[in-house]
Structures are given as C-alpha cells and as structure tokens.
Design a protein around this ligand. Structure first.
Ligand code: THG
Length: 367
C-alpha cells in the first residue's frame, strides 16, 4: 500500500480535508500543491460538469500579490497584454513570457485597487520571477503570496447555487469581473471565471482557516441542484479548447503557437518582458500551430507521461501534447503542436505507446 509522505514542500489547500471527506481518489501536483483530480467516477463527474454543477478545490491556483506604487507598472512588465484599460474589480487572462517570448504561465490577473493586483497563476513560480524582475528594475512594490485560495463552482447550474447563497447580484457579474464580500462572516472575492467552458464562478477564500466551513456552505446550498465534488476535467477542457500552459507547451512555445494571439498586444511598452521577441517572431512568421486531433479507436487511450510524435508520410511534424477520451464525441481527442504548414483535414499517424494510430487534424474547439 502506497501512501503520501507529508512534506513542507507540498502544501495541501484549505479545502483538502473536504476533498478527502468527499472521497478523493486521485490527485496530482501543481504549483507544489496537491491538486485533487478525481472522486472515483470520472464519467459521472464529467456529466455533472456538463449538465449540473460541480465543486472544485482549485487552491493550487496560487496567488501572487503585487502591491505598492509600482504594482501596475510591474504587472505590465510581466504580462504581454495591454492592461491600461483594466478597471478595479476586473480580471484579465494574461500571458507571461520570458525574454525569448516563451510562454511559461497564463494567469488571471485581478485588479483589486489601482496599486494592488493578484496573479492567479498556472503551474510555475511567478512569485520568484516577479521578485527578481522587480529587484533588477528597482521597482517600489511588495510581492507576496496572500492567504487566498480559490474554490470553483462550474457548470450550468453554478449560477443558481451562487445566487441562492449570495443573492441575485451574482447573475449580473460580467466575465472575469469580481466582487469582494463575505459569506457567513468568511471573507471572499467572487469572480465569474473557472477552468471550463460550462459557466461558473470562483470563490477566492481570504482566510485559509475557513476552508471546510466554506466548502460545506456550498455543498449544502447546492443539494437542490445536485452539486457534487469534481475537478478541472481534462475531457471538457480539451473539447472546449482551453490551453494548459506547461502541459500543451514546451520550453520553446510562444503564445501565437497555442492560439493565444488575441491576448497578446504587441504595442505594449518595450520594457514588457518578451514583447520584443514576440514582435520579431510575428514578423518572421510563426513556425508551429496548435490543432485538434481525433484519433481512430473506440477505447480510451490517454496520453501517458510522455508526448508522442506526430508523423506525416514518415516524417515527424510535431507532437501530441494531450489525449483524452471524450464522452460527447465518443473518441480519443487531443491537441497537437505541429508544423504550421500542415492544415486542418490532414490525415496523420501518431507514434503511440500502443502502436501507430491514425488520426485526423481538426479545428479547436471540438465542441
Ligand atoms: N482560474 C483562476 N486561476 C487560474 C485558472 C483559472 N490559474 C491557472 C489557470 N486557470 C490559468 N489559465 C487559464 C486559462 C484559460 C482561462 C482561464 C485561465 C479561460 N479562458 C477563456 C478562453 O480561453 O476561452 C476565456 C479567456 C478570455 O476570453 O478572456 O477562462 O481557471 N482563478
């Protein structure tokens, strides 16, 4: 019997005990934290997200807080998206690139005040990066990880549950906008967001000692709508075309290659990290693109721990970066990152662990 070795290096979220109480069966590591991934019924959890409401411990979406006179300047130096029009109370999806234009994180940026931001990060150390950049550029800004942990309610019924707990005002919240409030005395920020395309909200808990209490408030309030535990669902996010930076990208991937061009503003100031490289890349032409693939075969054959080669007429044209069984499409689907000259509709072969498998390139999103 295998069990987990407790460690100060791998942090459970404030909702972890609730996830265990709900029957947590599998988990992963993300941002050096435990990320719940399944409660034993992946298909049931998938349909609950598509048709109902699912409750997720996404405390692994750690926050990096920028505060002080130069906070807005630092945010714009870190993100290759024009933030000049971002209002207090608004969130924006941003790409963070290195000096070569390689994307290594894609946070949601929340503007809490003119001099205070949170970066709700994907899986890499943005706090370390932000501290280094701020020091090197002599900026007057304090960088820390606040005591803030997101929990998500996702699915078409999420809004009803939230309105029941908080009031009808949540129905008027615009995409990525948020409001700071309290739930039964628990301080939170509530945002219309979440890593699915089924609609929903994230509740950013601002007091880590109240995780179980907050979880149970929504667990109980959601009973009439059939709420149950879940987690960011790979089949849904692949069908919907959401990118997983670090999963679907490698150490050389720029935002253009993975369909994030609309979140890149090449006119941001020259001191934004990566923008000069991205202007060059854009002028020279992007060499790879991300497409969907539908594979032959009627049994689930998920990608293991390695990406697989995509072949055309015996030549490697790129890689399969994820693959998952889609219950709606009844096929293995995935994303490929391949030579930009190869178009949708092309029949390719993937060098799968189980043997060569035929597949057809398609547009994203799938559904
Ligand atoms: N919520 C919060 N933090 C997060 C995530 C989240 N941090 C990590 C990770 N997810 C960041 N990545 C994404 C990727 C995509 C989206 C959100 C966060 C997303 N994209 C929509 C799309 O691509 O269609 C909409 C983007 C837009 O149009 O502005 O939602 O989920 N707190």
């Amino acid at each position: 019997m295998f069990s987990f070795q407790p460690s100060t290096r791998i942090r459970p979220s404030p909702f972890f005990e609730s996830a265990v109480a709900e029957g947590l069966k599998t988990a992963n590591v993300y941002n050096r934290m435990i990320m719940p991934t399944s409660f034993g019924d992946p298909e049931g959890e998938y349909w609950r997200l598509i048709n109902g409401v699912s409750q997720w411990d996404v405390g692994v979406e750690r926050q990096v807080q920028l505060k002080g006179p130069d906070a807005a300047r630092l945010a714009q130096i870190l993100a290759v998206r024009d933030l000049s029009t971002c209002k207090v109370g608004q969130g924006k999806y941003v790409a963070i690139c290195d000096h070569r234009g390689t994307i290594f994180n894609d946070p949601i940026l929340l503007k809490l005040a003119d001099d205070m931001f949170w970066l709700s990060i994907a899986d890499s150390d943005v706090e370390l990066w932000a501290r280094s950049i701020a020091a090197e550029r002599g900026l007057n800004v304090e960088i820390c990880e606040p005591d803030v942990s997101p929990m998500a309610l996702q699915g078409p019924k999420a809004e009803d549950v939230l309105a029941h707990v908080l009031g009808a005002w949540v129905r008027g919240l615009k995409y990525f906008w948020f409001k700071e409030t309290e739930i039964d005395g628990i301080p939170v920020a509530v945002q219309r967001s979440g890593w699915s395309k089924q609609g929903g909200f994230e509740i950013y808990l601002k007091d880590g000692s109240k995780g179980t209490k907050l979880w149970n408030i929504f667990k109980e309030a959601g009973q009439p709508w059939g709420i149950g535990p879940g987690a960011p669902a790979t089949p849904e996010r692949v069908e919907s075309g959401l990118v997983s930076v670090g999963g679907d990208t490698d150490d050389d991937t720029n935002p253009f290659e993975v369909r994030l061009e609309k979140y890149v503003d090449l006119h941001v100031p020259d001191d934004t990290i990566g923008v000069q490289a991205l202007r060059r890349i854009k002028a020279e032409g992007v060499k790879r693109h991300q497409l969907g693939i539908v594979l032959e075969g009627d049994l689930p054959a998920p990608l293991g721990v390695r990406r697989e080669d995509v072949m055309l007429n015996g030549t490697r044209i790129g890689m399969l970066t994820n693959c998952v069984w889609s219950w709606r499409m009844k096929a293995n689907i995935g994303f490929v990152l391949i030579d930009a000259a190869i178009p949708v509709g092309t029949e390719v072969t993937v060098a799968r662990v189980g043997g060569p498998t035929a597949g057809k390139l398609v547009d994203i999103p799938f559904v």
